[in-house]
Design a protein. Structure first.
Length: 221
């Protein structure tokens, strides 16, 4: 089974959590499979709040109404992928540069279901470069602070987020205390947000595997 087939398997399994209302939808290759699957059950929900312009366009192309979060209010469900996940369901996200909107929608949702192929589950976060969204004028200043935290930040040139900001990808971190590091980086002036999702982790992790979709919860680890 290919990695893409595992992603699709996890995405389809997440449909079981769709129980009406407006749902939050994330960004990325695994989420694209979820959006495609949503198009087969349009009668079970009212529409979606999306974390990126790319996902919004895909939803609209499939005839799924896209709502503004300010109008939708709190959401029952958010489904998104991850670049890394540990067994406490802390995540690293932001490979698609949508981390700020993803964190907002996750925060507004009662249940956060993360979908991924099994390669994304790791013992310690940090092998995947940690994305940090920054205000443009603060790029160099923030980079210097990230060096002091032990990382090697690299400007993702040519990338501008949907919010008009820049991304620094931080290499060389071993993230042993995800919630602590999330707070430290978020407190640097000029940082919009960091791609650690530990203060608001996933509630459920669905992994696509060659043996079928496997559901992981923090309580079961």
């Amino acid at each position: 089974m290919t990695q893409d087939e595992q992603k699709q398997q996890a995405a389809i399994a997440a449909l079981a959590y769709v129980e009406g209302g407006i749902i939050g939808v994330g960004t990325g290759s695994t989420v694209n499979h979820f959006i495609d699957a949503l198009a087969t059950i349009k009668g079970r929900f009212e529409g979606a709040v999306s974390s990126s312009e790319v996902s919004s366009a895909r939803l609209k192309a499939l005839g799924i109404p896209v709502h503004d979060l300010n109008s939708a209010g709190d959401l029952a469900l958010y489904v998104d992928g991850a670049d890394e996940a540990n067994r406490q369901l802390h995540l690293v996200k932001g490979g698609g540069a949508a981390l700020t909107r993803e964190k907002i929608v996750a925060g507004a949702s009662t249940r956060f279901v993360c979908i991924a192929d099994e390669s994304k589950l790791v013992d310690v976060l940090g092998k995947f470069p940690l994305p940090v969204e920054v205000i443009p004028m603060a790029r160099s200043f923030v980079a210097r602070q990230l060096v002091r935290l032990g990382g090697t930040p690299v400007w993702r040139e040519g990338c501008v987020t949907d919010n008009g900001n820049l991304i620094l990808d931080v290499m060389g971190l071993e993230i042993l205390e995800p919630a602590k590091l999330e707070q430290q980086i978020n407190n640097i002036p000029g940082v919009v947000t960091v791609g650690i999702f530990a203060l608001r982790p996933a509630d459920v992790l669905i992994l696509g595997t060659p043996a079928g979709a496997r559901t992981v919860t923090a309580e079961s680890t």
